[in-house]
Design a protein. Structure first.
Lengths: 247, 415
């Protein structure tokens, strides 16, 4: 039996801006097992982004507890959260968030730079991550802003892999991509999950995208609407992108 | 984060926008360069003033008569106008004060000098053989006044290089050489004198021209120009060493007070100028001058620093998303602070380096083209360099703190 990597119990989040309290999360309880591929789904304003920030150790909950890999993150300071993010979490954002005018390889190395890993090891780990993210070797030394969206997102996926995180947190990873490249990115996630046993939490508002996961957690108005195993899991087609479209 | 990685990140961030970084750096470059150039002008001026004061002589004390006063009157007729110093005072100083290397009493008068129809008006100094030693006068050719010349009141003269050129080369066509003058007879104040020597140039110009002078024996000057052998207008004393100057000054004061029968030192009829005091006064003037120049330059450095801060703040705003990402993937506050601080310090450091070179070149150019002596002093170069790095830290700190304190969630969302 795989252990729980994420344990959220009764998480609440209340924002207080100018004396007005906004309750965004109203008691969320769920867990994710090691090696699982979970999608968190909900329309905009449902609180899924706030939940993602808490799961991603970017923010702390107002109430409740959050254990990541057996460690309580609900009361940590900013710098302690930064350590958790560096060691245990790999982020993939909708807007890719790569450093422009910087090579693909260095973009992937970035988390290791902050960890103080030496140059040779950094390059070795980064190249392995790029290979696992199905990123073609001939673009390793291109600048990130010379790449297509799909390629950029795979650089971002590789970046999320380098620190060998406990979870990969993908926030609308296909949101900025067309359906074809979105498919390729989803395929990358699925193969990372199946072949490398990575735990993946995918946040999306599209049912189609969510259906690539093993389990779907539906969120609405800050509460879990329903939590169900995905019995008709979609398998993203492994269809190599025509590389000429990279530019 | 390792130092070399920090350096690499910083370097690539600066080189992304080369024009902007260059322009911002220019502010520091100009600031540092002007500080160095200005201070070098100040220091050069100070050095040349000290040198010209020292050219008067080494460890020199000058005794001058006090102002002439009449009883019941508060009218002062000006320093050095009374006739209270006597040649015997000079002899007494030489014989009874310790640590005196040489004593040189002298008188001065302005006289018309004529040679073969060429005229000039010169300060004629009646001097003794000790004068060259005390007043740092060097003989180019010929000889100075001897003790025999003085005892016999001989009509001999030693002329300065300016006098030589004025009398022997009035049109300024060909430079007159000393041997043209030696042995010739010139008329000083209507009296014939034989030129026996020419002095080496000491520099100076205008009223303080130390080259437009004629030296004759003290007794000759007293007899033929002043008509009174009872007083001298100045007694120059060379102390044996710099350390003994104060002692010599005190002893001379006491001796002269005693000889002149004055009980109250405040009503002394003479004044003693200490060369060290003159140097000190002059350097306090040039120090103020240097400070003034340096503070003007420092203002431009400050403006340069504000330029750095402005650019860093713009950079932080522009790179908000990047900062958000860096924080999301695990950069701590300290990492972000160091990174942005590193950028501003690298800018000012590089600017400081270029500024030092430029300032150095500028000060060489200033002394080459304008003739003002400049001295680039290494401590000031190091100071300017340190200041430029400090400016990077001071003006980079606020933007760096601002970057580090960004909320990663909001920073990632920033459009």
């Amino acid at each position: 039996m795989a252990k729980d990597i994420i344990q959220c119990s009764n998480i609440t989040k209340i924002y207080n801006t100018g004396g007005i309290e906004t309750v965004v999360l109203k008691g969320i309880t769920f867990s994710v097992k090691e090696g699982e591929f979970v999608a968190i789904m909900g329309p905009s304003g449902s609180g899924k982004s706030t939940l993602m920030h808490i799961i991603g150790a970017l923010d702390t909950p107002t109430g409740g507890s959050y254990f990541l890999d057996g460690k309580d993150l609900s009361k940590l300071s900013d710098d302690e959260l930064a350590d958790i993010r560096r060691e245990k979490i790999g982020f993939v954002f909708q807007a890719f968030n790569l450093l422009p005018r910087t090579t693909v390889l260095r973009n992937v190395e970035l988390p290791l730079i902050y960890e103080g890993v030496d140059k040779e090891k950094r390059a070795r780990v980064a190249k392995k991550a790029l290979t696992n993210a199905a990123f073609p070797e001939r673009f390793w030394f291109h600048h990130s802003n010379q790449l297509s969206g799909g390629m950029m997102q795979r650089v971002a996926i590789a970046r999320s892999l380098v620190n060998d995180p406990s979870i990969i947190l993908a926030d609308e990873p296909t949101g900025n991509l067309d359906s074809h490249t979105g498919e390729i990115v989803l395929n990358t996630f699925q193969s990372l999950n199946l072949q490398h046993g990575k735990t993946i939490v995918l946040i999306t508002h599209e049912l189609y995208v969510a259906e690539h996961a093993d389990r779907i957690i539906h969120i609405l108005d800050g509460k879990i609407l329903k939590e169900e195993a995905n019995h008709h899991k979609r398998i993203a087609k492994h269809e190599p992108e025509p590389l000429t479209s990279a530019f | 984060m390792k130092t070399e990685d920090l350096f690499e990140e910083t370097y690539s961030a600066i080189t992304v926008n080369k024009v902007r970084s260059g322009l911002t750096m220019l502010g520091i470059v100009i600031g540092i360069a002007s500080v160095i150039a200005m201070v070098s002008i100040g220091q050069g001026t100070q050095a040349s003033i000290s040198a010209s004061i020292n050219s008067l002589g080494a460890n020199l004390l000058i005794v001058m008569p006090g102002a002439q006063r009449s009883f019941g009157s508060t009218v002062s007729s000006g320093l050095g106008s009374s006739h209270t110093l006597t040649p015997d005072d000079a002899n007494a100083i030489g014989s009874s004060v310790q640590n005196v290397a040489a004593v040189s009493p002298s008188v001065t008068a302005r006289e018309q000098v004529v040679y073969k129809g060429n005229n000039t008006n010169v300060t004629v100094t009646g001097a003794v053989s000790a004068y060259p030693q005390v007043r740092n006068v060097q003989i180019d050719e010929g000889s100075f006044i001897s003790d025999t010349d003085n005892a016999d009141a001989n009509r001999v003269a030693v002329i300065g290089p300016t006098v030589l050129q004025t009398l022997w080369n009035p049109q300024g066509t060909a430079t007159a050489t000393p041997d043209q003058a030696i042995g010739q007879i010139i008329r000083i104040g209507g009296q014939n004198f034989t030129v026996i020597g020419v002095t080496v140039s000491k520099g100076g110009s205008g009223f303080a021209n130390q080259d437009n002078v004629i030296y004759v024996p003290l007794l000759s000057a007293q007899r033929y120009f002043i008509g009174d052998t009872s007083y001298v207008t100045e007694i120059d004393i060379e102390a044996a060493s710099q350390q003994s100057m104060t002692q010599v000054q005190n002893d001379v004061t006491n001796l002269l007070l005693e000889r002149h029968n004055i009980a109250d030192p405040t009503s002394a009829d003479f004044n003693i100028l200490n060369q060290a005091d003159i140097v000190q006064t002059a350097s306090s003037v040039t120090n103020t001058f240097t400070l003034l120049l340096a503070s003007i330059a420092a203002i431009s450095l400050l403006v340069g620093g504000i330029g750095i801060m402005n650019m860093m703040l713009t950079t932080v705003t522009e790179r908000t998303r990047e900062i958000g990402l860096r924080k999301a993937i695990g950069a701590k506050k300290a990492d972000i602070t160091l990174q942005f601080l590193g950028e501003s310090v690298m800018l000012t450091f590089a600017g400081g380096l270029v500024g030092v070179v430029l300032g150095w070149v500028a000060s060489i150019a200033i002394s080459y083209f304008s003739g003002i002596t400049t001295t680039v002093s290494i401590p000031y170069v190091l100071l300017a360099f340190g200041v430029s790095a400090a400016i990077g830290i001071i003006f980079g700190y606020y933007p760096a703190k601002r970057a580090a304190s960004l909320n990663p969630i909001e920073a990632l969302r920033y459009e």
